[in-house]
Design a protein around this ligand. Structure first.
Ligand code: SF4
Length: 408
C-alpha cells in the first residue's frame, strides 16, 4: 500500500499498515474525547492542555453550547451508520468537565444517548480533577452509568507536587473527600465505576502510592508517564526513576495479590507471559479510532499527541456540517498516524521488548530534528520496568524456557 507520508524513512516491518478505506472499515470502537468545558478551576503545572505551549483551548468557548452538543451527537450517530461502528465510548473531558452546569450536562447525556445508542453500544465516562461533586452529580453518573475517573497523583505530598489550586493551595483534601463520598454513596445495584489516573514522578514512593489508592477503595488505576517529547526531557535519572516507579507499582500489586485490582501498565505486559488479567492482548489490539470533539463543535485529531506540538499544530479540524465522519477519516493525517505508530525507530527493531513496547507512545518519540524517528524518550524506563518485572517473575518460579521475549 502506497503511503503519502514524507520525511519518514521506511523501516523493516512485520505489521500490515492499513490506509484509507481499509483503515476506516476496520474500526471496532470509536472513542470521542468530548471537551465539554475548555477551562479549568485548578492549575496542574504538568497539564498538557494548558501548560505545554498550546493556547488554542483558550480561544474556544469555555463551555459547549447546547446546539454544538446536538450537532456533535448527530455527527457521531451518522458516522456509526456510515461506517458500521458498533461501539462508541464518549469521555467527557476538559479543562474540567464538571464545571459544566449540571442541567446542561444531564441534557447532553440524554442527547448523546438518544442519538447514538440506536446504532451503537454507547459507553460514557468522565475524567475529572475531583474537586467538584455533589449528590446530583452522583445521581447522573448512576442514571447514565458513567465511569468516573479521578485524577489524583497519590498521597498528599505526591498529589500536591503538581495538582494545586490557582492560588497554589492544596487540592488533596477535597479530592479524597469526593472519592470517599462517591464510593460510599454507590447504591448496591449501581454499575457506576470509579478509577484513578496518576502521573508518575520518581520523587514519590510508589509502594506507598499504591497502598494509599487502595486505602481509598480504588480497584482500577492508571499510572501515566508525564507528557514529554525527545526535546523536552533530557534528565536520565528522571527517566530511569519512572521505570522503577512502574515496577514498584507492579511489586506492590503482586504482594497484594488481588485479581480485582487492574492497572493498565501491568495488563499490557502480563498476557505475554500467559498470566491471566482482565484485558487480553487481543482486546488491546482491537482497532480504536480516537477523535476529539471541541466545545466550538469542531472535530479534531486525538489531542494526546499535543506533546508533539510542532506536528500537532499541522493536523486538521473540521466542522460537523462541513464533512461527514467518513470523509474526515479519509484525511491523510490518519494514514500518517497509522504509519508512525506502526513504524518504530530503527533502534527498536533490534530491541527484545519491541513486541510489548511497540516503540513507545507516538508523542514521546517526537523531536524537532527527526520527527517521530526516535525511540520513546521513556525507552530506558520501559526497559527497567520490563526487565525488573521479568526478573521478579523468574524469582517466583516462572519457567525460564517460557520467557516470551528471549534472553538477548
Ligand atoms: S524499549 Fe526502547 S528500544 Fe525497545 S522497543 Fe521500546 S522504545 Fe524501542
Amino acid at each position: 500500500m502506497e503511503i503519502n507520508v514524507t520525511n519518514y524513512p521506511s523501516f523493516p516491518q512485520s505489521i500490515d499498515i492499513l490506509t484509507g478505506k481499509e483503515r476506516v472499515q476496520s474500526i471496532d470502537r470509536l472513542q470521542i474525547i468530548f471537551k465539554v468545558v475548555e477551562r479549568c478551576n485548578i492549575n496542574c503545572s504538568y497539564c498538557y492542555y494548558f501548560n505545554m505551549g498550546d493556547e488554542s483551548a483558550l480561544s474556544r468557548p469555555s463551555i459547549v453550547s447546547f446546539d454544538n452538543a446536538i450537532s456533535i451527537a448527530i455527527w457521531i450517530a451518522k458516522g456509526c451508520v456510515e461506517l458500521n461502528i458498533k461501539n462508541v465510548d464518549i469521555s467527557f473531558h476538559g479543562g474540567e468537565p464538571m464545571l459544566l452546569p449540571i442541567k446542561r450536562f444531564k441534557s447532553i447525556c440524554k442527547i448523546l444517548n438518544d442519538a447514538i445508542s440506536k446504532f451503537a453500544h454507547l459507553t460514557l465516562s468522565i475524567q475529572t480533577n475531583g474537586t467538584i461533586l455533589n449528590k446530583d452529580w452522583i445521581e447522573i453518573f448512576e442514571e447514565y452509568e458513567i465511569n468516573v475517573g479521578f485524577s489524583i497523583d497519590g498521597y498528599r505530598e505526591a498529589n500536591d507536587r503538581y495538582r494545586l489550586n490557582k492560588d497554589g493551595s492544596s487540592t488533596f483534601d477535597i479530592i479524597v473527600k469526593n472519592i470517599l463520598t462517591i464510593n460510599s454513596s454507590k447504591s448496591l445495584s449501581s454499575k457506576l465505576k470509579l478509577s484513578t489516573i496518576s502521573v508518575i514522578d520518581p520523587m514519590n514512593d510508589y509502594h506507598k502510592v499504591y497502598k494509599f489508592l487502595r486505602s481509598l477503595g480504588i480497584i482500577e488505576m492508571s499510572f501515566l508517564l508525564p507528557d514529554n517529547n525527545v526535546d523536552t526531557l533530557t534528565d536520565k535519572n528522571f527517566i530511569d526513576g519512572c521505570g522503577r516507579a512502574m515496577f514498584d507499582v507492579f511489586e506492590e500489586w503482586l504482594i497484594e495479590d488481588n485479581p480485582e485490582v487492574t492497572i493498565r501498565h501491568i495488563e499490557d505486559v502480563l498476557p505475554f507471559y500467559n498470566i491471566h488479567v482482565s484485558r487480553s492482548p487481543a482486546q488491546k489490539a482491537s482497532k480504536n479510532q480516537i477523535l476529539v470533539a471541541q466545545s466550538n463543535g469542531k472535530i479534531a485529531v486525538n489531542d494526546s499527541f499535543i506533546p508533539a506540538l510542532n506536528w500537532y499544530r499541522t493536523t486538521p479540524e473540521i466542522n460537523t456540517k462541513e464533512k461527514i465522519m467518513l470523509e474526515f477519516l479519509h484525511d491523510s493525517v490518519f494514514d500518517e498516524i497509522e504509519y508512525i505508530i506502526n513504524s518504530p525507530s530503527k533502534e527498536c527493531f533490534s530491541c527484545k521488548w519491541l513486541k510489548v513496547c511497540g516503540g513507545g507512545d507516538m508523542e514521546n518519540r517526537f523531536s524537532t530534528k527527526d520527527g517521530f524517528n526516535n525511540p520513546s524518550i521513556y525507552c530506558n524506563a520501559y526497559k527497567i520496568y520490563y526487565q525488573s518485572l521479568e526478573k521478579l517473575l523468574v524469582k517466583n518460579k516462572f519457567p525460564i524456557a517460557l520467557l516470551p521475549f528471549g534472553d538477548n
